[in-house]
Write a protein that binds this ligand. Structure first.
Ligand SMILES: *Cc1c(COP(=O)(O)O)cnc(C)c1O
Length: 485
């Protein structure tokens, strides 16, 4: 339903006073004169507008309405106080073309955020420019490329990426002009050092690694991995989209990583999803500082300014000051949590994940049954084999039970994967309720597996024909003709 369908001639939401401006005698060129016909706007009353949009908002599932255990995506509750802070007029009324002298406060906040991100990650310099995680990866990979160009090592064309990696990793490497070499994970879900050794060499530019990886497992041999990559003259790249597993406990900089990207919109208090504004700052070790995109925010004495003068900069990757309000929310979050608070975030994220994993493992099967970090992966292949019930069916049935489904069919190395990330902001009661729902579904699967194929039954739209939807997508809404409109 679109609001145009509610339109009836003559209905009004607002009454504007008559214009008090006299008509102009000026000779105005024809094409500048407003056309006679009215713009095609809907004619509706104020209550209609309110009801329309409230109704639409209720069709959405969100972190503010329920549990959202989407693995890898970190859909956690973010304190509303940070929204109030960024909505203050002294921030929202800033203009990107204002003189740097007049926006010293904003520059200072960005400078301090760069500093604090260095501290959290163990890196030496940060750019706040990239607008998302994938954008940060691309920025990082372009820096890797430039670094080897400057050194005259143009033969380094390969980027190694474990098969458990997020899909954006290989995409970013390819966009930056590299060839991707997939590294097979070992039986334990971790990087197989022998596989890595076989593939690393004089043509390797970098290894892109997520730690903990997307299976929620910490790469224990990270120091050996780091040594192997550096001995080969290559760089080590850290996908830090999900820092809430290790904040305050371990730093990628100390593990030997040369470049890091963070997803402020996952770990640091920005609600995301539906393509909303993100931020993927990239941190580097000192020897890569000159390669950062411009501008970086620097401090000269008591003044802050944007520095465009970096010797080997890859150039600009984003307009103006990047997603300033996302940066601001992240900084407000970091300050309000404090060092101990951020550590507590990691503790609770890992505790919640392990609690839920242990509960579910009473009746579900785990692909890798070790203690996990912030997320874990169920493997439902046994259900598919025994009862014909797929992970997709369980995910759809969860919607009927009032929960958002976890991430499914990712990582790709687990065929009937269900990747659960409860996050640090959920109570034990919520986790228990989710586990109960999962067990109810299992009971239903045992009783009448064919019913699960029909789920969801209670949502605004029921099961899609996903094949038809992807083969013949019909993305335009066909408006109903409304009488008298
Ligand atoms: C979300 C995510 C990304 C990509 O971040 P976007 O902001 O969605 O581009 C990359 N890697 C991992 C591990 C992620 O979870």
């Amino acid at each position: 339903m679109v609001i145009f369908e509610e339109s009836k001639r003559g209905r009004r939401g607002v009454q504007l006073p008559e214009s008090g401006v006299p008509e102009s005698e000026l000779d105005v060129e024809d094409h500048l004169i407003r056309p006679e016909e009215e713009p095609g706007l809907p004619e509706v009353t104020e209550p209609q507008v309110v009801r329309h949009f409230i109704r639409l908002s209720r069709l959405n599932y969100s972190v503010d309405t329920g549990f959202y255990p989407l693995g890898s995506c970190t859909m956690k509750y973010n304190p509303k106080v940070h929204e109030f802070i960024v909505a203050a007029p002294h921030f929202t009324h800033l203009h990107p073309y204002q003189r740097q002298e007049d926006v010293q406060g904003a520059l200072r906040l960005m400078y301090e955020l760069q500093e604090v991100l260095c501290e959290i990650t163990g890196m030496d310099a940060f750019t706040l420019q990239p607008a998302a995680g994938a954008h940060g990866e691309l920025t990082g990979m372009l820096m890797v490329r430039k670094f080897f160009e400057v050194r005259g090592e143009n033969n380094r064309r390969k980027v190694l990426i474990p098969d458990s990696a997020h899909g954006t990793n290989p995409a970013s490497a390819v966009m930056a002009g590299f060839e991707v070499v997939e590294i097979k994970s070992g039986e334990d879900g971790l990087v197989d050092l022998n596989e890595l050794r076989k593939n690393v060499g004089g043509d390797t530019a970098a290894l892109m690694l997520t730690n903990p990886n997307t299976l929620g497992l910490f790469e224990k041999e990270i120091l050996e991995i780091s040594e192997m990559i550096h001995d080969a003259g290559a760089l080590l790249y850290y996908d830090g989209a999900n820092l809430n597993a290790i904040m305050g406990y371990a730093r990628p900089g100390d593990m030997g990583f040369d470049i890091v990207h963070l997803n402020l919109h996952k770990t640091f208090s920005t609600p995301h999803g539906m393509g909303g504004p993100g931020s993927g700052p990239v941190g580097v070790k000192a020897f890569l500082k000159e390669f950062l995109p411009v501008p970086v925010i620097v401090k000269d004495g008591e003044r802050y300014r944007m520095d465009y003068d970096l010797k080997h900069s890859i150039g600009k990757v984003r307009s103006f000051y990047a997603n300033f309000t996302v940066l601001l929310k992240a900084y407000a979050y970091i300050l309000s949590m404090g060092g101990e608070g951020l550590k507590r975030v990691s503790q609770l994220a890992v505790l919640n994940a392990n609690y839920l994993k242990t509960l579910l493992s009473r009746r579900y099967k785990l692909k890798y049954d070790h203690p996990c970090m912030h997320e874990f992966v169920l493997d439902n292949e046994w259900l598919t084999k025994n009862l014909g019930v797929k992970t997709l069916d369980i995910a759809k049935r969860l919607l009927d039970k009032g929960f958002h489904a976890p991430t499914i069919y990712f990582p790709l190395i687990v065929h009937e994967a269900m990747m659960v990330e409860p996050t640090e902001t959920e109570t034990k009661d919520t986790l228990d309720a989710f586990a109960r729902a999962m067990f109810e579904i299992l009971d239903e699967a045992e009783r009448a597996p064919e019913h699960l194929k029909e789920a969801p039954l209670t949502t605004p739209v029921s099961r899609f024909d996903e094949v038809a939807a992807s083969r013949h997508p019909e993305v335009a809404y066909r408006r109903k003709e409304v009488a008298g409109s």
